[in-house]
Design a protein around this ligand. Sequence first.
Ligand SMILES: NC(=O)c1ccc[n+]([C@@H]2O[C@H](COP(=O)([O-])OP(=O)(O)OC[C@H]3O[C@@H](n4cnc5c(N)ncnc54)[C@H](O)[C@@H]3O)[C@@H](O)[C@H]2O)c1
Length: 300
Amino acid sequence: MSADLLKGKAAVVTGGGRGIGRGHCLHLAAAGAQVVVNDLDVEEAKKVVAEIEKAGGHAIANAANIGTRAGCDELIAECVKTFSGIDIMVNNAGNFRDKSFLKMTEDEFTDVWRVHVMGTFHCAQAAARVMQERGGGGSIINTTSAAHMGNFGQTNYAAAKGAIASMTYTWAIELAKYGIRVNSISPAGTTRMSATFKAAGGVESKAPFMDPALNGPMVVFLASDEANYITGQVFGTGADRVALLEQPRYGTTMLKPGGWSLDDIRAHFKNQLGNRLEPFGLDKAPYRYYDGVRRQGSLS
Ligand SMILES: NC(=O)c1ccc[n+]([C@@H]2O[C@H](COP(=O)([O-])OP(=O)(O)OC[C@H]3O[C@@H](n4cnc5c(N)ncnc54)[C@H](O)[C@@H]3O)[C@@H](O)[C@H]2O)c1
Protein backbone atom coordinates (compact mmCIF):
# COMPACT_ATOMS: atom_id res chain seq x y z
CA MET A 1 0.00 0.00 0.00
CA SER A 2 2.79 2.42 0.90
CA ALA A 3 4.45 1.63 -2.43
CA ASP A 4 1.60 3.51 -4.17
CA LEU A 5 1.18 6.40 -1.73
CA LEU A 6 2.90 8.90 -4.07
CA LYS A 7 2.09 7.17 -7.37
CA GLY A 8 1.89 9.68 -10.22
CA LYS A 9 3.59 12.46 -8.26
CA ALA A 10 6.82 14.21 -9.23
CA ALA A 11 9.30 15.30 -6.56
CA VAL A 12 12.43 17.43 -6.41
CA VAL A 13 14.95 16.98 -3.60
CA THR A 14 17.79 19.49 -3.38
CA GLY A 15 21.07 18.15 -2.02
CA GLY A 16 19.76 14.63 -2.61
CA GLY A 17 23.12 13.10 -3.41
CA ARG A 18 24.14 12.19 0.11
CA GLY A 19 23.19 12.28 3.77
CA ILE A 20 19.63 13.15 4.74
CA GLY A 21 18.59 14.16 1.20
CA ARG A 22 19.65 10.79 -0.22
CA GLY A 23 17.33 9.10 2.29
CA HIS A 24 14.45 11.37 1.24
CA CYS A 25 15.01 10.41 -2.42
CA LEU A 26 15.06 6.68 -1.72
CA HIS A 27 11.89 6.82 0.39
CA LEU A 28 10.01 9.09 -2.05
CA ALA A 29 10.84 6.74 -4.92
CA ALA A 30 9.92 3.66 -2.87
CA ALA A 31 6.50 5.28 -2.29
CA GLY A 32 6.01 5.62 -6.06
CA ALA A 33 7.13 9.21 -6.73
CA GLN A 34 9.30 10.14 -9.71
CA VAL A 35 12.28 11.96 -8.25
CA VAL A 36 14.71 14.62 -9.44
CA VAL A 37 17.83 14.04 -7.35
CA ASN A 38 19.59 17.40 -7.31
CA ASP A 39 23.11 17.86 -6.01
CA LEU A 40 26.04 20.12 -6.81
CA ASP A 41 28.02 16.93 -6.46
CA VAL A 42 26.28 15.27 -9.40
CA GLU A 43 28.32 12.07 -9.22
CA GLU A 44 26.70 11.40 -5.82
CA ALA A 45 23.27 12.22 -7.26
CA LYS A 46 23.84 9.72 -10.08
CA LYS A 47 24.60 6.99 -7.52
CA VAL A 48 21.26 7.68 -5.81
CA VAL A 49 19.48 7.53 -9.18
CA ALA A 50 21.14 4.17 -9.85
CA GLU A 51 19.95 2.86 -6.46
CA ILE A 52 16.41 4.00 -7.19
CA GLU A 53 16.39 2.46 -10.68
CA LYS A 54 17.80 -0.80 -9.35
CA ALA A 55 14.85 -0.96 -6.97
CA GLY A 56 12.45 -0.39 -9.89
CA GLY A 57 11.82 3.34 -9.34
CA HIS A 58 12.12 6.40 -11.59
CA ALA A 59 14.62 9.21 -11.05
CA ILE A 60 16.97 11.58 -12.81
CA ALA A 61 20.05 13.41 -11.57
CA ASN A 62 20.36 17.20 -11.73
CA ALA A 63 23.53 19.19 -11.06
CA ALA A 64 22.07 22.69 -10.61
CA ASN A 65 23.55 24.99 -7.99
CA ILE A 66 20.52 25.92 -5.90
CA GLY A 67 22.45 28.83 -4.43
CA THR A 68 21.44 30.80 -7.55
CA ARG A 69 18.04 31.81 -8.94
CA ALA A 70 19.03 30.43 -12.36
CA GLY A 71 19.97 27.07 -10.80
CA CYS A 72 16.62 26.78 -9.03
CA ASP A 73 14.67 27.75 -12.17
CA GLU A 74 16.62 25.21 -14.22
CA LEU A 75 15.99 22.50 -11.59
CA ILE A 76 12.23 23.01 -11.47
CA ALA A 77 12.04 23.31 -15.27
CA GLU A 78 13.85 19.97 -15.64
CA CYS A 79 11.35 18.29 -13.32
CA VAL A 80 8.39 19.75 -15.23
CA LYS A 81 9.88 18.78 -18.59
CA THR A 82 10.80 15.22 -17.55
CA PHE A 83 7.88 14.31 -15.30
CA SER A 84 5.18 16.65 -16.66
CA GLY A 85 4.84 18.71 -13.48
CA ILE A 86 5.93 19.05 -9.88
CA ASP A 87 3.92 17.97 -6.84
CA ILE A 88 6.56 17.75 -4.11
CA MET A 89 9.40 20.20 -3.42
CA VAL A 90 11.87 19.15 -0.74
CA ASN A 91 14.34 21.92 0.12
CA ASN A 92 17.15 20.04 1.82
CA ALA A 93 20.50 21.18 0.40
CA GLY A 94 22.73 22.84 2.93
CA ASN A 95 26.23 23.98 3.74
CA PHE A 96 27.98 25.36 6.82
CA ARG A 97 30.78 27.81 7.63
CA ASP A 98 30.91 27.77 11.43
CA LYS A 99 32.77 30.57 13.23
CA SER A 100 32.14 32.44 16.44
CA PHE A 101 30.20 35.68 15.95
CA LEU A 102 33.03 38.15 16.61
CA LYS A 103 35.24 36.40 14.05
CA MET A 104 32.66 35.63 11.36
CA THR A 105 33.24 37.33 8.01
CA GLU A 106 30.54 38.65 5.70
CA ASP A 107 31.45 35.96 3.16
CA GLU A 108 31.00 33.24 5.77
CA PHE A 109 27.58 34.63 6.58
CA THR A 110 26.36 35.11 3.01
CA ASP A 111 27.70 31.76 1.72
CA VAL A 112 25.40 29.96 4.16
CA TRP A 113 22.51 32.39 3.68
CA ARG A 114 22.68 32.01 -0.12
CA VAL A 115 22.29 28.21 -0.09
CA HIS A 116 19.84 27.72 2.78
CA VAL A 117 17.64 30.82 2.62
CA MET A 118 17.88 32.02 -0.96
CA GLY A 119 18.01 28.46 -2.29
CA THR A 120 14.86 27.55 -0.35
CA PHE A 121 13.16 30.80 -1.41
CA HIS A 122 13.99 30.46 -5.10
CA CYS A 123 13.23 26.73 -5.42
CA ALA A 124 10.00 26.95 -3.44
CA GLN A 125 8.84 29.97 -5.40
CA ALA A 126 9.59 28.41 -8.79
CA ALA A 127 7.86 25.17 -7.71
CA ALA A 128 4.84 26.92 -6.15
CA ARG A 129 4.30 29.01 -9.28
CA VAL A 130 4.03 25.83 -11.36
CA MET A 131 1.77 24.20 -8.75
CA GLN A 132 -0.47 27.28 -8.68
CA GLU A 133 -0.68 27.58 -12.48
CA ARG A 134 -1.64 23.92 -12.82
CA GLY A 135 -4.19 24.15 -10.04
CA GLY A 136 -3.26 20.79 -8.60
CA GLY A 137 -2.05 21.65 -5.11
CA GLY A 138 1.27 20.42 -3.82
CA SER A 139 3.51 19.89 -0.85
CA ILE A 140 6.61 21.92 0.00
CA ILE A 141 8.88 20.53 2.70
CA ASN A 142 11.66 22.76 4.00
CA THR A 143 14.55 21.90 6.28
CA THR A 144 15.18 23.83 9.45
CA SER A 145 17.25 22.85 12.49
CA ALA A 146 17.12 23.13 16.26
CA ALA A 147 20.14 25.40 15.72
CA HIS A 148 17.62 28.12 14.82
CA MET A 149 16.99 28.45 18.55
CA GLY A 150 20.59 29.68 18.86
CA ASN A 151 23.86 27.75 18.82
CA PHE A 152 27.47 28.65 19.54
CA GLY A 153 29.48 29.32 16.38
CA GLN A 154 26.47 29.24 14.08
CA THR A 155 25.29 32.84 13.61
CA ASN A 156 24.97 32.22 9.87
CA TYR A 157 23.42 28.75 10.07
CA ALA A 158 21.08 29.57 12.98
CA ALA A 159 19.88 32.73 11.22
CA ALA A 160 19.31 30.81 8.00
CA LYS A 161 17.39 28.03 9.72
CA GLY A 162 15.29 30.59 11.65
CA ALA A 163 14.49 32.33 8.37
CA ILE A 164 13.42 29.00 6.86
CA ALA A 165 11.04 28.36 9.79
CA SER A 166 9.58 31.86 9.35
CA MET A 167 9.22 31.40 5.59
CA THR A 168 7.44 28.09 6.24
CA TYR A 169 4.80 29.76 8.44
CA THR A 170 4.38 32.63 5.96
CA TRP A 171 4.04 30.44 2.87
CA ALA A 172 1.57 28.16 4.69
CA ILE A 173 -0.60 31.26 5.23
CA GLU A 174 -0.25 32.48 1.64
CA LEU A 175 -0.46 29.23 -0.32
CA ALA A 176 -3.28 27.36 1.44
CA LYS A 177 -5.81 28.91 -0.93
CA TYR A 178 -4.06 27.15 -3.82
CA GLY A 179 -4.14 23.80 -2.02
CA ILE A 180 -0.39 23.99 -1.46
CA ARG A 181 0.86 22.87 1.96
CA VAL A 182 4.16 24.01 3.47
CA ASN A 183 5.89 22.28 6.37
CA SER A 184 9.44 21.90 7.67
CA ILE A 185 11.38 19.09 9.17
CA SER A 186 14.17 19.64 11.67
CA PRO A 187 16.09 16.44 10.94
CA ALA A 188 18.80 14.48 12.65
CA GLY A 189 21.26 12.01 11.18
CA THR A 190 24.92 11.14 11.10
CA THR A 191 26.24 12.86 7.96
CA ARG A 192 29.16 14.84 6.63
CA MET A 193 27.49 17.92 8.11
CA SER A 194 26.70 16.50 11.55
CA ALA A 195 30.40 15.67 11.94
CA THR A 196 31.00 19.42 12.36
CA PHE A 197 28.40 20.07 15.05
CA LYS A 198 30.75 19.27 17.92
CA ALA A 199 33.15 21.92 16.72
CA ALA A 200 30.35 24.48 16.83
CA GLY A 201 29.58 23.82 20.48
CA GLY A 202 33.25 23.48 21.32
CA VAL A 203 32.41 20.20 23.04
CA GLU A 204 33.32 16.74 21.78
CA SER A 205 30.10 14.98 20.69
CA LYS A 206 29.49 11.39 21.72
CA ALA A 207 26.28 11.11 19.71
CA PRO A 208 25.55 7.53 18.59
CA PHE A 209 25.24 6.77 14.87
CA MET A 210 21.87 7.87 13.51
CA ASP A 211 20.80 6.58 10.11
CA PRO A 212 20.14 9.76 8.06
CA ALA A 213 17.58 7.88 5.94
CA LEU A 214 15.23 7.65 8.95
CA ASN A 215 14.00 11.19 8.18
CA GLY A 216 12.59 10.01 4.86
CA PRO A 217 9.35 8.32 5.95
CA MET A 218 8.00 11.54 7.52
CA VAL A 219 8.86 13.44 4.34
CA VAL A 220 6.88 10.87 2.33
CA PHE A 221 3.94 11.18 4.70
CA LEU A 222 3.97 15.01 4.52
CA ALA A 223 4.18 14.80 0.73
CA SER A 224 1.18 12.50 0.49
CA ASP A 225 -2.49 13.39 0.17
CA GLU A 226 -3.08 11.69 3.53
CA ALA A 227 -1.37 14.72 5.08
CA ASN A 228 -3.75 17.14 3.33
CA TYR A 229 -4.68 18.73 6.68
CA ILE A 230 -1.09 19.46 7.76
CA THR A 231 0.49 22.82 6.98
CA GLY A 232 2.61 25.46 8.72
CA GLN A 233 4.17 22.85 11.01
CA VAL A 234 7.72 21.95 11.99
CA PHE A 235 8.54 18.37 12.91
CA GLY A 236 11.67 17.13 14.62
CA THR A 237 12.55 13.94 12.74
CA GLY A 238 15.27 11.33 12.72
CA ALA A 239 16.36 8.43 14.89
CA ASP A 240 13.40 7.26 16.98
CA ARG A 241 11.34 10.46 17.08
CA VAL A 242 8.72 12.48 15.27
CA ALA A 243 8.28 15.60 17.42
CA LEU A 244 5.93 18.53 16.91
CA LEU A 245 7.75 21.83 17.42
CA GLU A 246 5.90 24.17 19.77
CA GLN A 247 5.98 27.45 17.93
CA PRO A 248 7.19 30.70 19.47
CA ARG A 249 4.40 32.71 21.09
CA TYR A 250 4.10 35.40 23.71
CA GLY A 251 3.83 33.96 27.22
CA THR A 252 3.64 35.71 30.59
CA THR A 253 2.53 39.29 30.00
CA MET A 254 2.42 42.47 32.09
CA LEU A 255 -0.66 44.51 31.33
CA LYS A 256 -1.33 48.13 32.30
CA PRO A 257 -4.18 50.20 30.89
CA GLY A 258 -2.71 53.21 29.10
CA GLY A 259 0.69 51.59 28.68
CA TRP A 260 3.91 51.17 30.62
CA SER A 261 6.05 54.17 31.56
CA LEU A 262 9.75 53.69 32.19
CA ASP A 263 9.16 54.24 35.92
CA ASP A 264 6.43 51.53 35.91
CA ILE A 265 8.71 49.09 34.11
CA ARG A 266 11.55 49.77 36.55
CA ALA A 267 9.16 49.26 39.47
CA HIS A 268 7.50 46.05 38.28
CA PHE A 269 9.69 44.24 35.74
CA LYS A 270 11.82 42.23 38.12
CA ASN A 271 8.87 40.78 40.05
CA GLN A 272 6.58 40.24 37.08
CA LEU A 273 8.84 38.99 34.27
CA GLY A 274 12.41 39.34 35.46
CA ASN A 275 12.25 36.31 37.72
CA ARG A 276 11.11 33.94 34.96
CA LEU A 277 13.34 34.68 31.99
CA GLU A 278 13.36 32.07 29.27
CA PRO A 279 16.09 29.51 28.66
CA PHE A 280 17.53 30.15 25.18
CA GLY A 281 19.73 28.28 22.75
CA LEU A 282 19.55 24.78 21.35
CA ASP A 283 20.24 23.03 24.67
CA LYS A 284 17.66 25.11 26.62
CA ALA A 285 19.86 25.16 29.73
CA PRO A 286 18.15 26.78 32.76
CA TYR A 287 18.52 30.58 32.67
CA ARG A 288 21.76 31.41 34.45
CA TYR A 289 22.14 35.18 34.40
CA TYR A 290 19.87 36.26 37.26
CA ASP A 291 22.93 37.65 39.03
CA GLY A 292 23.91 39.71 35.97
CA VAL A 293 25.62 39.13 32.63
CA ARG A 294 29.21 39.70 33.73
CA ARG A 295 32.56 39.80 32.00
CA GLN A 296 34.45 36.67 32.90
CA GLY A 297 37.87 36.87 34.61
CA SER A 298 40.32 35.88 31.88
CA LEU A 299 39.03 36.32 28.37
CA SER A 300 41.29 35.25 25.55
N1 LIG B 1 22.72 16.09 9.85
C1 LIG B 1 21.97 16.60 10.80
O1 LIG B 1 21.92 16.07 11.93
C2 LIG B 1 21.14 17.82 10.52
C3 LIG B 1 20.51 18.46 11.62
C4 LIG B 1 19.70 19.56 11.36
C5 LIG B 1 19.50 19.99 10.06
N2 LIG B 1 20.14 19.36 9.02
C6 LIG B 1 19.88 19.87 7.67
O2 LIG B 1 19.59 18.77 6.81
C7 LIG B 1 19.98 19.09 5.47
C8 LIG B 1 20.86 18.01 4.90
O3 LIG B 1 22.06 17.97 5.67
P1 LIG B 1 23.06 16.70 5.71
O4 LIG B 1 23.43 16.52 7.13
O5 LIG B 1 22.49 15.58 4.93
O6 LIG B 1 24.33 17.35 4.95
P2 LIG B 1 25.29 16.76 3.82
O7 LIG B 1 26.43 17.72 3.75
O8 LIG B 1 25.58 15.32 4.06
O9 LIG B 1 24.40 16.87 2.49
C9 LIG B 1 24.05 18.11 1.94
C10 LIG B 1 24.05 17.97 0.42
O10 LIG B 1 23.69 19.24 -0.15
C11 LIG B 1 24.47 19.45 -1.29
N3 LIG B 1 24.55 20.87 -1.60
C12 LIG B 1 25.16 21.84 -0.86
N4 LIG B 1 25.06 23.03 -1.47
C13 LIG B 1 24.36 22.82 -2.61
C14 LIG B 1 23.94 23.68 -3.66
N5 LIG B 1 24.24 24.99 -3.66
N6 LIG B 1 23.22 23.15 -4.68
C15 LIG B 1 22.93 21.81 -4.71
N7 LIG B 1 23.33 20.96 -3.73
C16 LIG B 1 24.03 21.46 -2.71
C17 LIG B 1 25.83 18.85 -0.95
O11 LIG B 1 26.62 18.55 -2.10
C18 LIG B 1 25.43 17.62 -0.15
O12 LIG B 1 25.36 16.46 -0.94
C19 LIG B 1 20.64 20.47 5.56
O13 LIG B 1 19.71 21.48 5.23
C20 LIG B 1 21.05 20.58 7.01
O14 LIG B 1 21.18 21.91 7.43
C21 LIG B 1 20.96 18.30 9.23
